[in-house]
Ligand binder design. Structure first.
Ligand code: HGA
Length: 607
């Protein structure tokens, strides 16, 4: 989601602020701005659209100052425009904000009743007015912020700069991440450690309710009760190079190709291949009485959860319930004591999923989190942390984080099965062997890139596309459709293949490509029957299967893609590759912005 950078520097900071925003660009945004405080007070530059527009503005009208805040905005309140772009300045304070101030309307009405004039449509501007009012009442900046924070409901990460105090930067977080960075005579704020990667490796992660007073020589963190607290100072170990594309044209392509490596890295911490055992960081005793697993996630992570449901039911014979976080939280789910609630999120900050996690905790569930950011809120709040080791994922459309989630979830299913006495040593060994084969099979799928690119011209002109699959390939069909929607803007739907005849088959005509995911295995024949029903109605089928599958059913298809033969257990990991690459090549053919598709944000930190 939108990004925040703040620097108290020892020289000009405008260029470094913009460089920090670049490292946050991947989160998605629609406008950007910076505000510096220099000898003449505040200097602000804002621009709608990409950072290049802000840079052009800065080139035409340079901004000078050694202290500043910067922001990339993903609009929630008020359209993307220059006046709504942050920072918002009122009187002697400038504010950037990530999140939503839920009570902004009554606050704004009260402020307007006092004669205060608003210049934007944002919720954020109320914060600037509230702090400015305290300053006008004669309170110093720290006291002013302290008085305002309790008035704000909702979620926020904030950075505030003061016209008359160039050695002061104040940050605060509640429900949205914020990181403090320590430099040599400098101090920083950033939405995450990656934003600060080229400035410093020394960081502290603020906890919910914390706020921080930064000066060049000292950093003071306080908790929500205003007590001074220390948060561990750690080395982030991140380098700005992690946010570079290398020789790849897009981050998404780079991340698709990284998958065999990062899936192997992830599996390494969950498998003991030589012993033929899964080894999650949970004693079996903690899992043996789990009677129900409730999975909650959003978007692509939700589809990883749907795949996991098949594995959990099949191997562990445990009841599984799954829902998208935004629905789960508000449908009054019945959660029985002793249940395991499993939350899946790349960032670990997804607002809907985090709210659902807190709800499940309040209902007495054991909380497990599969996240890619081990310092995230979900990681900290979980009883059982199951990190993926995908490394920073920059492309907005998730790829490597997804397959790493699948790897962790497969290991979890096997572990739960063993703990519940449902898996013999031999069966466990077999699962471990197949999982360990996944990276090589994914590599073989990546080698099909030219053949997948050749399919793109068949899909790119379509207005609608259908994806079909059965069993674990059904969520993969949903994921295939989501990927197409996200980056190529083609309307695509995924269906359980058997569900076609109950309605969607009415959509079939020659202009709607139907992509069928059908690895050979127990459900192959049933999927192929559904495919034939489509073909009998003039549908144009692209069949993705292995040699055996294509020999049995490939004739008469518009096109086929021959995949490596895989064990059904790892098929979702391997079939993720063509699903992702096809969306990628279609997007490139259509000329869309692959890494930052319109309207999307990377980690969705607003509900
Ligand atoms: N609500 C604010 C900030 C939006 C945000 O956090 N985006 O990620 C606005 O609409 O400006």
């Amino acid at each position: 989601m939108c990004g925040i950078v703040g620097i108290l520097g020892r020289g000009e900071v405008a260029a470094r602020l913009v460089a920090g925003l670049r490292r946050l660009e991947y989160r998605g945004y629609d406008s950007a701005g910076i505000c510096l405080v220099g000898s003449d007070g505040f200097v602000r530059r804002r621009a709608e659209g990409k950072l290049a527009n802000l840079e052009a503005r800065l080139a035409a009208e340079p901004a000078h100052g050694a202290s500043g805040i910067a922001h990339t905005r993903w609009a929630t309140h008020g359209r993307p425009s220059e006046v709504n772009a942050h920072p918002h300045i009122v009187g002697d304070v400038a504010v950037v904000h990530n999140g939503i101030i839920e009570n902004f309307r009554p606050l704004r009405e009260a402020l307007e009743a006092e004669g205060r004039v608003f210049t934007s449509e944002t919720d954020t501007e109320v914060i600037a007015h509230l702090v400015a009012r305290e300053l006008e009442r004669g309170h110093p900046p720290v006291a002013a912020v302290q008085a305002v924070l309790p008035q704000l409901h909702g979620a926020f990460a904030l950075a505030l700069l003061f016209r008359n105090e160039p050695d002061l930067l104040i940050g605060a977080r509640l429900g949205a991440p914020l990181t403090v960075g320590f430099g040599d005579g400098e101090a920083y704020l950033g939405s995450d450690a990656l934003a600060l990667a080229d400035l410093t490796q020394e960081v502290s992660y603020l906890e919910d309710g914390d706020w921080v007073i930064l000066r060049r020589g000292a950093v003071e963190i306080r908790d929500r009760e205003n007590r001074p607290v220390t948060r561990p100072r750690i080395r982030s170990g991140l380098s700005g190079a992690l946010v570079e594309k290398g020789n790849y044209r897009h981050f998404m392509l780079k991340e698709i190709h990284e998958q065999p490596l990062v899936v192997a890295q992830t599996l390494q911490s969950y498998l003991k291949p030589l012993d033929g055992q899964v080894a999650l960081p949970i004693p079996d005793a903690r899992l043996e009485n789990v009677g129900r697993v409730t999975i909650v996630a959003c978007g692509t992570s939700f589809y990883a959860g749907m795949v996991a449901r098949y594995w959990l039911e099949r191997f562990a014979r445990v009841a599984v319930d799954i829902d998208v976080a935004s629905e789960f939280r508000y449908r009054e789910p019945v959660l029985e004591p002793g249940g395991l609630a499993l939350f899946i999120s790349q960032s670990g900050e997804t607002a809907d999923t985090l709210a659902a996690l807190r709800h499940a905790r309040a209902e007495g569930q054991t909380i497990a989190a599969v996240v890619n950011v081990p310092t995230s809120s979900m990681a900290r709040e979980a009883d059982i942390l199951l990190p993926t080791h995908a490394g920073p994922e920059i492309g907005v459309a998730s790829t490597k984080a997804f397959t790493c989630q699948l790897a962790v979830l497969a290991a979890l299913a096997a572990n739960l099965a063993r703990a519940r006495g449902r898996l013999s040593r031999e069966e466990e060994r077999e699962i471990v062997t197949h999982l360990a084969e996944a990276p090589a099979a994914m590599n073989a799928a990546l080698a099909l890139d030219p053949a997948i690119a050749a399919l793109a011209p068949l899909v790119a002109p379509a207005r609608d596309v259908l994806y079909l699959g059965r069993g674990p390939d059904y969520p993969m069909a949903l994921e295939g459709a989501l990927k197409l929607k996200e980056i190529s803007y083609i309307h695509a739907e995924g269906y359980a293949a058997g569900e076609m005849k109950h309605g969607p088959i009415a959509l079939i005509d020659e202009a709607v490509p139907v992509i069928v995911l059908a690895p050979s295995g127990p459900l192959f024949e049933k999927t192929v029957s559904n495919m034939q029903e489509v073909r009998a109605r003039g549908g144009k089928v692209i069949l993705i299967s292995d040699r055996e599958g294509l020999a049995a059913a490939g004739d008469g298809c518009l096109a086929t893609l021959e995949m490596p033969r895989t064990h059904p257990l790892i098929a979702p990991l391997v079939y993720a590759v063509p699903v992702q690459l096809l969306a990628y090549h279609v997007a490139v053919a259509k000329g869309t912005d692959v890494d930052q598709p319109r309207n999307l944000a990377k980690s969705v930190t607003v509900e």
